[in-house]
Design a protein around this ligand. Structure first.
Ligand code: ADP
Ligand code: MG
Length: 231
């Protein structure tokens, strides 16, 4: 489904939060590397899709009422075989309905597990004065504790994207510390630009979060995506 039909469907259902699956399809079309996910509604379907995706896989809750999936026990990573997948399916449903009894559950997302990499965040928020603003930072503890993030007003030029990466305090982490290979800064800059172009072309999008994006010596991949539409 393309952007327009996904947005129309969400609006028809009275939703402003797109599912991870919807957000990733849209961003894939926009040229952003993502771990694409498939929606399933039974443990058997989860097994079939995991086989297709290739092990290991990750399963996650899909609900318009749950935006922080791991907070409710809604994410299971490193599932190595069909039995693990079926068990994780049941456990995620149990965890999510236990934590959020009123949440509407659409199903479970099945996706390939990306290898370990440096976690970064690419995001967009809409500022009352400036309109869409791009955000970049290191993921995990670096964003939560250190607030090591940087911002640019959309639209961005290539130079802006490169500068964003170079101006975070923890940039050494992306340049290879303690024998670690450097991360692919060019691929990060390209993704920031693709997201900037995407939000510029789609004023319906109010907020966007790719958290985390995993960075490798050669390439990157967004393993979580969140898009919030304007009311
Ligand atoms: P949340 O809604 O809690 O932010 P995420 O989708 O970000 O849920 O998943 C939680 C964590 O699980 C991520 O920060 C990442 O470390 C890991 N993870 C999620 N999806 C994948 C994936 N496809 N491959 C590898 N790791 C993943
Ligand atoms: Mg996340």
């Amino acid at each position: 489904m393309n952007m327009k039909s996904i947005v129309n469907q969400a609006k028809a259902e009275g939703r402003t939060l797109l599912s991870e699956i919807e957000a990733k399809e849209i961003l894939y079309d926009a040229g952003v590397p993502v771990a694409r996910a498939v929606l399933v509604t039974t443990a058997d379907e989860a097994r079939t899709e995991a086989d297709k995706a290739g092990f290991p896989v990750v399963l996650k809750i899909v609900s318009p009422d749950i935006s922080h999936k791991s907070d409710v026990g809604g994410v299971k990573v490193g599932l190595a075989n069909g039995d693990d997948v079926a068990a994780a399916f049941d456990e995620i449903i149990k965890n999510a309905t236990g934590a959020e009894p009123d949440a509407q559950i659409q199903g479970i997302a099945v996706q390939p597990m990306a290898p370990d990499g440096t976690e970064v965040i690419i995001g967009m928020t809409t500022d009352a004065q400036f309109g869409p603003v791009m955000m970049f930072g290191l993921g995990g503890i670096m964003v939560e504790v250190m607030k090591d993030v940087t911002f640019r007003v959309v639209p961005l030029a290539e130079r802006d994207a490169t500068q964003m990466i170079d101006e975070i305090k923890g940039k050494a982490i992306l340049e290879g510390v303690r024998g670690q290979p450097p991360g692919d800064k060019a691929a990060i800059a390209q993704a920031i630009l693709r997201v900037s172009e995407f939000v510029e072309a789609n004023p319906d999008v109010q907020e966007l979060d790719l958290n985390p994006v995993l960075v490798y010596p050669d390439g990157i991949i967004a393993v979580d995506a969140r898009i919030l539409l304007a009311e």
